[in-house]
Design a protein around this ligand. Structure first.
Ligand code: NDP
Ligand code: 8X3
Length: 253
């Protein structure tokens, strides 16, 4: 029977592109996100080439996660690959001005959401002594920038948690990978700037950013490596992006 990949955040961006890639490669696919209409459109497309199960999942809600896994059809229960792509940034205000509810949402989604879904999937991977958890971190988890505050911190959590999982799972044939993309053009900035599409477009103006398809290739590749190869962390930026010097304020006392 073909392997099963479960993808959170499959309604857009990296998750949607990863679903296409895994389906093309013969995986059966579980699509999860909050917007069922988007999932259904994708399920219809991918259903022509593989078996697809699509259902609503809000990773911030314990009940939703519980209900999602309780309703999984028997033939999709043994998940071979979990891609935790559901996530978001909200705003770029400095820490002293931020709307605390934005921090709450990022923590609930990027940290607790990853924890909830991973915790739900892990026991069956451990029971079958096989599996691969692929988390989507970010360069923001490694390299702080103004306004990145809690978003970056959530992604630093994902990095540390991914490594800790490897430590817990040592001796089992379960791989864990954290992929850390830099600037990629998806719906990410439209969400971050709360529907201000002009502001979102400016993020990518004059650049050649990563695409969702680029990241989908990487997600698939880390899993396609032989089972004894665990890519722990993979950081990737567009060629047009790199570090700059540390900022220095020359007007301070
Ligand atoms: P998109 O906005 O295009 O996709 C985000 C996905 O997350 C959507 O499918 C959305 O689905 C889902 N999602 C958000 N909140 C929830 C929730 N509560 N429950 C379930 N699903 C949810 O952005 P990207 O594809 O770019 O982002 C994917 C991941 O990649 C995120 O974790 C992001 O932080 C990370 N990332 C993005 C980068 C970029 O520059 N684009 C760079 C580095 C990392 P729905 O709204 O239907 O629920
Ligand atoms: C998304 C990349 O630089 O916008 O994680 O934080 S960045």
């Amino acid at each position: 029977m073909a392997k099963v990949v479960m993808i959170t955040g499959a309604s857009s961006g990296f998750g949607e592109a990863a679903a296409r890639k895994f389906a093309q490669e013969g995986f059966r696919v579980i699509l999860a996100a909050r917007r069922l209409d988007k999932l259904q459109t994708l399920a219809k497309e991918l259903g022509k080439i593989t078996e697809v199960y699509a259902a609503i999942l809000d990773v911030t809600q314990a009940d939703s996660v519980e209900q999602f896994f309780a309703s999984l059809p028997e033939s999709f229960k043994a998940i071979d690959v979990l891609v935790n792509s559901a996530g978001l940034a909200l705003g770029m205000a400095p820490a002293h001005e931020v709307d605390f509810s934005d921090w709450d949402t990022m923590i609930d989604t990027n940290i607790k959401g990853v924890l909830r879904v991973t915790r739900a999937v892990l026991p069956s991977m451990v029971a079958s002594d096989s599996g691969h958890i692929i988390n989507i971190g970010s360069t923001a988890g490694n390299w702080p920038y103004p306004g990145g505050n809690t978003y970056g911190a959530t992604k630093a959590f994902v990095q540390n948690f991914s490594r800790a999982l490897r430590a817990d799972l040592l001796g089992k044939h379960i791989r864990v990978t954290n992929i850390e993309p830099g600037m990629a053009e998806t719906n990410f900035s439209n969400v971050r700037f709360k529907g201000d599409d002009e502001k979102a477009d400016k993020v990518y103006a004059g650049t050649k950013p990563l695409t969702a398809g680029d990241i989908a290739e990487i997600i698939y590749w880390v899993n396609a490596m032989p089972a004894h190869v665990n890519v722990n962390t993979l950081e990737v930026m567009p060629t047009c992006q790199a570090w700059s010097a540390l900022s220095i304020n020359r007007e301070m006392d």
